[in-house]
Design a protein. Structure first.
Length: 714
């Protein structure tokens, strides 16, 4: 057979196989289309006039807090009333090739498939048409099946409607956050004007919202909304929609938001719940699904806390304090009873919409109880262990020595752990952190609820003095561990959710939390933090940290070294109350703000109010806790004579032995009063005999040496 005939035969064979493959692929495609198309929604619904139903949110006693609705806030407008700036901003940030493609962005789909298949993260480069289909016809489930349906409906929609019709429907049916569906409702709700009157800066802000209305909400997260607006403007400049001058003018324009006070109670809490529901059910179901949401909030407590925060913050204006926040929870269940994110949600002078209870702030010394609890639980220290409180520098690998100071540069010599924690002595807390280790502390604190402390490499020993950022909601969870005898109960704001037909789709069911701390350690921490006598050295007796008739109330204050955050957090077995004062912009407060003059008065009033009709409850002594007398000076069993003693609680397995106290010849620093060397003989007159022993951190301390306060920071 010649070469020509052979090639001809081969070509016929290849052609035959080619058409076989085409037929198989066609059958598979038709089968797939038939399978997925059998329950596709009708794209004609995009232009139908189905009436959505409002969703209502209530407190635990049935008092209406807010009505989520879209029908009253959705006002359709023709595309001709959408200004060019709004169109261009939306196209620039969402779909620059809208008028060129047939509904699907192949590059975006490829990127989305890669993320879905290889990264196990369902994504997609959604065009405006896809977004319209997703919001108007489909659910928010993130599955490959839904993405296939979305693609099919997108192609059908592109065939049924013109590009301008699709764009008009997009502007009228897209959620922009809260009750604001459609560009007209968003313009009125956010800026108090019609969409046709928006300028470039305002259009850019609105155009950035649909990607994530919750994340970029100018009401709850104005700083992120502003960053998103600048991103939109930058993209518009990049595509040539605006020039450099227009970009700069719009970026620097001050945006004036408009949001009325009517029709909403506990706004920080309402929007906190809204964000959670939107993440779980999608915006459409929250705003149009006719949901009835019963929350854990108690408006009686909420009203009192709101009034107290506002009135007490007003008294602190001379101390350069402009804002305050508070959170009240029920530790047994994790239910939120009150959430006040600022002194006034509607205050323009401090950006009152900023919710401090969910913001990142430094906790100061209020984090110390976690540090001590971890050490007590492990037996590294006991409540009676002694730690020397004096000027000290701690060696840190590959860094300069860390030299913390006490508040006011005051030092108190040998102190028990009970006194050190109750009086919030910094040197002792750093010693305990060194005993625990930063890595161990971060792991244990995370288990107790501090979700923002993740990588130990980001922190040092200063973490025990508030050197990491936390959220008030997380601090309430962590202090709830103490109130709960060592069990963590995560916070929840929702009791029940029903749909428009009354069917329960979500309901709170109590599930016992995970044990993250022993009963014994939780009990000992509670005993220390409720001991008015123990904290009297710094705070005095009968301070704002005491609640009349309720000696069981445990409390800890915290003030950052740079005077930017001031906290008071306290608890009983039934309630946890956390309070913060400071400034939203992180500016320094006045020097007179302290543990008892900043957040403490608010905390005292709130706790007094919620406990006024309650019976005092003492925490039961766990069976594995023993109480006995120990030597005041050493924190261990007293010798036969020569040591005054006091009563203390211990975990049974960590009951201390007898501490040996020796007379040694030591060399004392004239500057600090600390031992700098030891000797068995007396080579010169600078060596003197003193009574010494090692404290719980391994530092040799002197019982009868003078305590010398430093003249400057060590």
């Amino acid at each position: 057979m010649n070469k020509r005939n052979k090639k001809k035969k081969q070509w016929k064979l290849n052609k035959r196989w080619f058409w076989r493959v085409v037929v198989v692929l066609a059958v598979l495609m038709i089968g797939s289309l038939a399978y997925f198309a059998k329950d596709l929604p009708n794209p004609s619904k995009l232009i139908s006039d189905e009436s959505p139903e409002s969703s209502l949110i209530y407190d635990r006693n049935g008092e209406l807090l807010y009505e989520f609705y879209s029908e009253k806030n959705r006002v359709s407008v023709p595309l001709s009333e959408i200004p060019d700036n709004m169109k261009n901003a939306t196209l620039a940030i969402e779909d620059a090739n809208f008028y060129k493609h047939f509904g699907l962005d192949i590059k975006g789909i490829t990127r989305g498939l890669y993320q879905t298949i290889f990264k196990k993260n369902v994504q997609g480069g959604s065009t405006l048409t896809q977004q319209l289909v997703k919001n108007g016809l489909l659910t928010t489930e993130r599955t490959i099946t839904r993405k296939i349906k979305e693609a099919m409906l997108t192609l059908i929609t592109e065939a049924l409607y013109s590009k301008d019709q699709i764009l008009e429907m997009y502007f009228n049916q897209t959620p922009y956050g809260g009750t604001l569906w459609g560009a007209q409702a968003a313009a009125r709700g956010i800026f108090g004007k019609d969409v046709k009157d928006l300028d470039l800066a305002e259009s850019a802000l609105l155009a950035g919202l649909p990607q994530s209305p919750t994340t970029y909400s100018p009401f709850s997260r104005p700083e992120l909304a502003k960053k998103r607006q600048e991103q939109v403007l930058s993209r518009m400049k990049e595509l040539g929609y605006i020039n450099e001058q227009e970009y700069e003018e719009a970026k620097n324009e001050i945006l004036n938001y408009s949001f009325g006070k009517t029709g909403i109670k506990a706004p920080h809490f309402v929007f906190y719940v809204k964000d959670l529901l939107t993440e779980k059910y999608g915006a459409k179901k929250v705003y149009e699904g006719g949901l009835k949401i019963t929350t854990t909030l108690d408006m009686n407590i909420q009203d009192y806390v709101e009034t107290t925060v506002a009135s007490e913050v007003a008294k602190l204006s001379k101390m350069k304090v402009s804002n305050g926040a508070a959170l009240v929870t029920e530790p047994k269940t994790g239910q939120i009873l009150a959430m006040v994110g600022s002194k006034d949600y509607f205050a323009d002078d401090i950006d009152g919409k900023y919710n401090v209870t969910t913001a990142l702030r430094q906790p100061g010394s209020s984090i110390k109880p976690l540090n001590y609890a971890i050490a007590i639980d492990s037996g590294r220290i006991t409540a009676a262990s002694v730690l020397y409180d004096g000027p000290n520098c701690f060696k840190v690998e590959n860094q300069k020595p860390y030299c913390p100071t006490n508040y006011g540069n005051n030092y108190y010599g040998i102190q028990s752990v009970r006194n050190s924690l109750a009086n919030s002595l910094n040197i002792a807390a750093v010693k305990v952190m060194k005993l625990n280790g930063v890595e161990n502390f971060v792991a244990s604190a995370s288990a107790m609820g501090l979700s923002t402390l993740t990588d130990p490499a980001n922190y040092g020993l200063s973490l025990t003095l508030g050197g990491g950022e936390v959220m008030m909601t997380d601090m309430a969870t962590a202090f709830g561990v103490f109130a709960n005898s060592g069990t963590r109960q995560d916070l929840t704001p929702i009791l029940k959710v029903t749909d428009r037909k009354g069917n329960v789709i979500d309901e709170y069911n109590y599930v016992p939390g995970e044990r993250v701390l022993s009963r014994e350690a939780a009990f000992i921490i509670q005993q220390i933090l409720s001991d008015d006598g123990a904290r009297s050295m710094v705070f005095g007796r009968g301070s704002m940290l005491n609640i009349k008739g309720h000696p069981e109330v445990a409390v800890k204050t915290g003030t950052t070294n740079d005077m930017r955050d001031n906290w008071t957090i306290g608890f009983t077995p039934d309630f946890v109350t956390a309070v913060w004062v400071g400034n939203n912009d992180n500016s320094r407060m006045g020097g007179l703000v302290s543990g008892t003059t900043g957040a403490a008065p608010i905390w005292n009033k709130v706790m007094t109010e919620i406990l006024k009709d309650k019976t005092s409850k003492k925490m039961p002594v766990p069976g594995n806790v023993v109480g006995l007398n120990v030597c005041n000076l050493t924190g261990k069993m007293p010798p036969e004579e020569g040591c005054e003693s006091h009563f203390e609680y211990f975990k049974k397995e960590y009951v201390p032995g007898v501490q040996e106290i020796l007379r040694k010849s030591v060399l004392i620093s004239k500057d600090t009063g600390k031992i700098v060397a030891e000797s068995d003989n007396l080579p010169n007159t600078e060596w003197q005999e003193h009574t010494v022993f090692d404290d719980a951190a391994g530092e040799t301390v002197c019982l009868d040496c003078p305590v010398i306060a430093p003249t400057s920071t060590p």
